[in-house]
Ligand binder design. Structure first.
Ligand SMILES: NC(=O)C1=CN([C@@H]2O[C@H](COP(=O)(O)OP(=O)(O)OC[C@H]3O[C@@H](n4cnc5c(N)ncnc54)[C@H](OP(=O)(O)O)[C@@H]3O)[C@@H](O)[C@H]2O)C=CC1
Ligand SMILES: CC(C)(CO)C(=O)C(=O)O
Length: 453
């Protein structure tokens, strides 16, 4: 026994399985596909872009997988509910009868398995999750600040495109002001810099014994907990790719890690129920007692994503560029050193191996992790990061301050210098204001800054 809950024992096996997946064939995507996701090219072009073996294709779209998804969608709501109830009963029968309303401290001890799921921010991530939950019979309510998106969903439903699903789900959608009522299970899926405003607007709709799950990048759980309380905040990490295409249309591009865990790593009936829910979306979802390790792991990887977004090339192409790997390694090490100083042990996922970026890591291990991250990203139809998309396609501010800001401030608090991260933040801001083009030259400049020190 390793002292973990039964549901957690599968974690290592799941990660091994995911690591094995990484060795599957690589697709070949480019800027063209990213523009395609913006609607500038017909979607069929993406399908033609796949590798020769359709059974493996890019390792994501397997015909049997689509069948599995369809099968899941066919399961009736009642069957799903009964199945979940049985699971929950096996773990904590007493909790079912006694949900104590009106006491926020009761939140994690109660089991909320029914009632509509509120998705706050129904863009790429929120839309993908909402449709996945709805397919398995959950009632889902959407809230989004983009009125045109809300109107399109209300009028025509939410359409999910991409290699795994191609369907339209009918869901009630509201702008924040129009929503009425309270909800127990809520997901916050806005960009990190919108977290503060969104959680304040969500709070009146959160049941006293309800909880908020942050399906975002960054350390948003801290912001959420400040507003609704740590007891009502549940940790979540997502690394699957998705893009908002147009009002009512989201592209779910490919599988990626999905992890949930209580902020303090404890076991609880509600985290077990949430884990079961997430498995209906991503069968390889993980339940962890180290959610902060995943969130910091994503910050290390995320800093690499910001570096790739300094160029116009795909994530995979930049990470595959041998010339820049030493620079990117030092950037990742910088963030890893901050996590270490903060007492966090980053976790591996989707090819990212934190130990490959620790000081003194052997070069082979670092190269292998880069290769695995390249392979993972080549398998996803999301060729470019959300950051790049905000800069190049949507022409709007990125999450750079909300995501990388805490790395810099935590580094300062612990006396760990973060010069490369700070420079990346400044460069991204210059791109946002149109004062710097997207170019590989930006990485060379970052490299020069380092050699000049
Ligand atoms: N897309 C991806 O592949 C991945 C994204 N993530 C993370 O997930 C989070 C969500 O990203 P993503 O789904 O891509 O973002 P999107 O922009 O696609 O979706 C967010 C939606 O929330 C809306 N919104 C903004 N502010 C509010 C508010 N106050 N109340 C309600 N709705 C609001 C946005 O409207 P508007 O556009 O008008 O602002 C938008 O429709 C981010 O932290 C991102 O880094 C993590 C892994 C992968
Ligand atoms: C690229 C991705 C999907 C992580 O793999 C991401 O997190 C983003 O675009 O922000």
């Amino acid at each position: 026994m390793d002292g973990r809950e039964p549901g957690r024992r599968g974690e290592a096996a799941q990660l091994v399985e995911r690591a094995e997946d990484l060795r599957q064939g690589a697709g070949d995507r480019s800027r063209r596909l990213a523009r395609l996701l913006d609607g500038k090219l017909p979607l069929d072009a993406a399908r033609r872009h796949r590798t020769a073996d359709p059974a493996k294709a890019d390792g994501r779209f397997r015909p049997d997988e689509r069948d599995e998804c369809r099968h899941a969608a066919r399961l009736s709501r009642r069957r799903q509910f009964r199945r979940l109830l049985r699971k929950v009963r096996r773990r904590d029968g007493s909790a079912l009868g006694g949900r104590r309303r009106g006491d926020p401290r009761a939140a994690r001890g109660s089991v909320v398995v029914s009632g509509p799921i509120l998705i706050w921010g129904a863009g790429a991530i929120g839309g993908t999750l909402a449709a996945a939950f709805a397919r398995t019979g959950e009632e889902v309510v959407l809230v989004d600040a983009a009125a045109d998106h809300v109107m399109a969903i209300e009028a025509h439903g939410l359409t999910i495109e991409g290699p795994i699903f191609g369907d339209t789900v009918r869901l009630p959608a509201f702008t924040p002001e129009a929503l009425r009522g309270t909800f127990e299970r809520t997901f916050l899926c806005v960009k990190a810099h919108h977290t503060n405003a969104a959680i304040r607007a969500l709070k009146p709709h959160l049941a006293e014994d309800g909880f908020v799950v942050s399906a975002q990048n960054g350390l948003n759980e801290r912001v959420i907990a400040d507003t609704v309380g740590a007891e009502r905040t549940v940790g979540c990490f997502v690394n699957f790719g998705a893009d908002y295409l147009a009002p009512g249309h989201v592209h779910y591009s490919g599988h990626g890690a999905v992890v949930v865990g209580e902020l303090d790593g404890s076991a609880s009936p509600r985290i077990d129920a949430l884990y079961a829910l997430m498995q209906r979306f991503e069968p390889k979802a993980v339940l962890t007692d180290n959610i902060w390790g995943y969130l910091w792991g994503k910050l290390v990887y995320g800093t690499l994503l910001f570096a790739t977004a300094l160029t116009d090339d795909s994530i995979a192409d930049v990470l595959d560029e041998r010339r820049f790997r030493p620079l990117l390694t030092r950037l990742a090490q910088e963030v890893g050193a901050v996590a270490d100083a903060a007492g966090v042990k980053p976790e591996p996922f989707d090819g990212f191996d934190p130990l490959a970026f620790s000081p003194g890591a052997d070069k082979e291990r670092t190269e292998r992790s880069f290769d695995d991250m390249v392979a993972h990203n080549r398998r996803s139809e999301k060729s470019h990061s959300g950051i790049w998309r905000d800069l190049a396609i949507r022409k709007r501010a990125t999450e750079v301050d909300a995501q990388l800001g805490p790395i810099v401030s935590t580094g300062h608090a612990h006396g760990v210098p973060t010069p490369l991260t700070e420079r990346v933040v400044a460069m991204i801001h210059e791109i946002e204001t149109g004062d710097r083009p997207l170019d590989f030259a930006n990485l060379s400049e970052l490299e020069n800054l380092e050699t000049a020190r």
